[in-house]
Ligand binder design. Structure first.
Ligand SMILES: Cc1cc2nc3c(=O)[nH]c(=O)nc-3n(C[C@H](O)[C@H](O)[C@H](O)COP(=O)(O)OP(=O)(O)OC[C@H]3O[C@@H](n4cnc5c(N)ncnc54)[C@H](O)[C@@H]3O)c2cc1C
Ligand SMILES: NC(=O)c1ccc[n+]([C@@H]2O[C@H](COP(=O)([O-])OP(=O)(O)OC[C@H]3O[C@@H](n4cnc5c(N)ncnc54)[C@H](OP(=O)(O)O)[C@@H]3O)[C@@H](O)[C@H]2O)c1
Length: 269
């Protein structure tokens, strides 16, 4: 029930208005929500789009990775709640029926087309950097391109592990990828500031071989010939991993020139 009237946004030349369908709060720092997908809205798994609200008579927009798969009739996002954040201090209050603005042109480099063919795909995420990988892992195409698809998610706290149960269940309830995911998809979660079954940053899990244990099959280290990597997280995480991967012989890919790893900054910080 709405304790206030729903948010109705004025028409905007550059943005579409879309109604919120559902909202799920994970903890005091994180929430997910989905909006109706306009019939004309097309994107590739892994891309981001601008979304926002009207603040002081102007559209206040921020980049957001799309978390839902390309076939869905809704567009899902995973969002941080920044206490004094110009957008997220307001966005975290949206409810079903409220309107948000949606940009018309999704874009980004975190797409399968920017990667050379390979065998294992490792999607390495910190914090909300998980979002684009939720889209990719729910896209049937990724299971045709790679024999193994591995999401590695690192958070500070256990309650920051959004989608933990769905991912641990290897996307069992998913209408399109459940069968392939059961055989090809793996989820490795690590929590760095609370006790958990796996602790340590992703870099440590690569160095000590934790990432390459069964059910993940194949080499016990990263191999630039057959492994492909997608990175999404903070500036510091991206910088550290890009440096490390280049040291191991990986090359950064782009839409025009595919390579063995790709990256996107999930936020500046
Ligand atoms: C390509 C791209 C994709 C993005 N995708 C997402 C996404 O899927 N989900 C999402 O929540 N955010 C995403 N962001 C960040 C997003 O654009 C906003 O920064 C975020 O919504 C906060 O907006 P704000 O106006 O409240 O605060 P801002 O003024 O935008 O940010 C304030 C500060 O909060 C911190 N911060 C901002 N975003 C995050 C975050 N995601 N995780 C941790 N700390 C953060 C940073 O220190 C930042 O300086 C993305 C950013 C880029 C560039
Ligand atoms: N999540 C929270 O509980 C929390 C609480 C209060 C405020 N915030 C604010 O929210 C913002 C982002 O927090 P966040 O937790 O989403 O993101 P974050 O600080 O990037 O941490 C997410 C995960 O990434 C790891 N990490 C950070 N830098 C890395 C690097 N260079 N290489 C590899 N791994 C790295 C962290 O490990 P380490 O733990 O080892 O750093 C953690 O496991 C910050 O500005 C923070 O102040 C978050």
């Amino acid at each position: 029930m709405h304790a206030r009237p729903p948010i109705v946004l004025p028409e905007h030349a550059a943005f579409q208005t879309c109604a919120v369908r559902w909202v799920r709060h994970w903890n005091e720092h994180l929430f997910s929500f989905a909006i109706e997908r306009p019939a004309s809205f097309r994107f590739r798994a892994g891309e981001f789009v601008m979304i926002g609200l009207e603040v002081d008579g102007k559209a206040l927009m921020r980049a957001y990775s799309i978390a839902s798969p390309t076939w869905s009739d809704e567009i899902e996002f995973l969002s941080i709640k920044v206490e004094d954040g110009p957008l997220t201090s307001r966005l975290q209050l949206v409810r079903p029926g409220d309107q948000v603005y949606l940009g018309k042109k999704p874009t980004g480099t975190l797409v399968a087309d920017a990667l050379l063919p390979g065998k294992r795909l490792f999607m390495l995420a910190t914090g909300t950097g998980l979002a684009p990988f939720l889209s990719l892992a729910r896209d049937p195409d990724i299971y045709d391109r790679f024999s193994q698809v591995v999401i590695v998610h690192s958070t500070r706290r256990v309650s920051d592990l959004a989608y933990h149960d769905e991912l641990t269940a290897q996307l069992a309830g998913d209408p399109l990828v459940a069968d392939q995911a059961l055989l090809q998809f793996h989820y490795i979660a690590t929590v760095t500031r609370e006790p958990f079954r796996t602790t340590g940053r992703i870099g440590q899990l690569i160095e000590n071989g934790w990432l390459f244990q069964p059910p993940v099959l194949g080499d016990r280290a990263l191999n630039p010939e057959t492994d492909r990597i997608m990175l999404c997280g903070s500036n510091a995480m991206i910088k550290d991993f890009a440096h490390m991967l280049e040291g191991h012989g990986f090359t950064e890919g782009s839409n025009a020139n595919p390579g063995s790893f790709v990256l996107e900054r999930a936020f500046v910080g």
